[in-house]
Unconditional design. Structure first.
Length: 53
């Protein structure tokens, strides 16, 4: 699964880790995150993320 980077603050969403701050389980693909999910560092919307690599 691909990692995604926040274009605002540089946070990397790693699907292998998920996001414990928003109860996102490990192995959750970026595409499967809820639309309401935001960057846990700066609060940016999903649309502000770009695929890494």
């Amino acid at each position: 699964m691909a990692k995604y980077r926040c274009t605002i603050c540089g946070y990397i969403y790693d699907p292998a880790l998920g996001d414990s701050t928003q109860e996102i389980n490990p192995d959750t693909a970026f595409e499967n995150l809820p639309d309401s999910w935001t960057c846990p560092v700066c609060g940016a919307q999903k649309s502000e993320f770009v695929k890494e690599g």
